[in-house]
Design a protein around this ligand. Structure first.
Ligand code: F3S
Length: 398
């Protein structure tokens, strides 16, 4: 692999043994994928934060690395396993939280910003069109590639962290335009009425296309929140890292004008395909004992919408809306948090219903409006799930 003079020095240990080890891993990764060189990145987003998912081995790896190196570029953390401030009132154990704080402290020593969110693009980490980045949370990868037109592979937590430490990543995969072209075209004849129908579309087509790049022609105009939901679902039922929506996403025109577009398979989807997928995603018809919103982490608009539904109401069941501490702070200032908390709901920061040990909290059925969460909760948390729209979920528990 061709390396610049600076990269050679890093590789040969002139900036320390640990950094050389990081560079060595990246170079070997690049060789596996036939990358001709390394490419400088403008930001990193690092997953592998919850103690539930990385355990002692992950904690040791991060602590060890933090003794010798720091990240070179702007880097943010994915959600952790608990709300780092309000863990006790949510019922999380001190033992788990202590381990979780050791992990986030370890990342802080490495210079990774302790933002703990899967929607860094909502709190200022907004790459520009064609920016090369190394992000690892699958829904964020999908959003960055598809909606922002930035360029990232679906990194693992460790490879995103090593890229942040070295400031570069092997130049292969989604960093090249030829790998960003569409593989299948989905023509969707459906009038989208709620966020869960976009999630159902993503869940359905992710299973069909797996790790390919879908191109959607739809006759509704999705909001940014809908695109966030769609990408998360695509990345969870398949391993999609990039999708295009005609007339909406920034690379759709380039992709459509490429000669390869004429030869791709076209799949027609009807309303029944969407509606049936919505039904399939629930595992029970019981009333949820916890409603969990914010997968991916909620935007300020989504929190506002929830607060409007909860005005002068009292919740009969628990409700969490998961977000970053930065968005919660804006919600506090706008008065949305006060309305939600007065109704009995909680704004949960730093974590989510999938990476937190929710299975230890005496709930049996979780209500969600995210197809990604509906897909993962039964297997990762061993709980039943009800997949319904925000407004339907609120009707069920007020
Ligand atoms: Fe984010 Fe957790 Fe969903 S990390 S995308 S809220 S599963």
């Amino acid at each position: 692999m061709e390396l610049t003079e600076y990269e050679e020095k890093m590789y040969n240990g002139e900036f320390g043994e640990k950094k050389a080890e990081c560079m060595d891993v990246l170079v070997n990764l690049g060789k596996v994928y036939d990358a001709p060189n390394m490419i400088e990145i403008t930001s990193a987003q690092v997953s592998g934060v919850s103690y539930k998912t990385i355990g002692e081995a992950g904690l040791e790896f991060i602590t060890d690395l933090g003794k010798d190196v720091k990240v070179e570029i702007s880097s943010m953390l994915n959600p952790a396993g608990v709300d780092l401030t309000n863990w006790e009132s949510l019922g999380f154990s001190k033992e788990f939280t202590d381990k979780q704080i050791e992990i986030t402290d370890g990342y802080s020593k490495l210079g990774v910003m302790n933002t703990c969110t899967c929607t860094p693009y909502l709190i200022g980490n907004v790459p520009l069109l064609n920016d090369h980045i190394a992000w690892s949370e699958s829904s964020a990868v999908c959003y960055a590639n598809s909606v922002l037109g930035a360029r990232t592979n679906r990194e693992g937590g460790p490879s995103a962290l090593l890229a942040a430490i070295c400031g570069r990543t092997p130049n292969y995969g989604y960093h090249h335009m030829e790998n960003r072209l569409a593989n299948k075209c989905f023509i969707v004849d459906h009038d989208f009425k709620s966020e869960i129908e976009y999630g159902a579309l993503g869940y359905n087509t992710g299973k069909i296309i797996n790790d390919g790049n879908p191109y959607f022609i739809i006759n509704s105009v999705p909001s940014r929140n809908n695109l966030k939901t769609l990408g998360a679902a695509l990345a969870s039922s398949g391993s999609v890292s990039l999708y295009h929506v005609e007339d909406i996403t920034p690379e759709a025109n380039i992709v459509k004008e490429d000669s390869s577009f004429d030869d791709i398979e076209v799949i027609n989807l009807e309303s029944d395909d969407i509606i049936n997928t919505v039904s399939e995603l629930s595992t029970t018809d019981k009333i949820p004992d916890l409603v969990c919103l914010g997968c991916p982490h909620a935007s300020l608009d989504e929190i506002k919408e929830l607060s409007e539904l909860l005005k002068n109401k009292t919740l009969k069941k628990d409700l969490w809306i998961c977000t970053s501490i930065a968005i919660k702070s804006a919600s506090d200032q706008c008065g949305f948090s006060n309305i939600i908390e007065s109704a009995g709901g909680k704004i949960v920061c730093d974590t989510c219903m999938v990476v937190a040990p929710v299975e230890d909290l005496d709930y049996e059925v979780i209500g969600v409006n995210s197809a990604k969460a509906a897909n993962y909760i039964p297997s990762m948390c061993k709980l039943d799930v009800v997949y319904a729209s925000l407004s339907d979920l609120i009707s069920m528990i007020t």
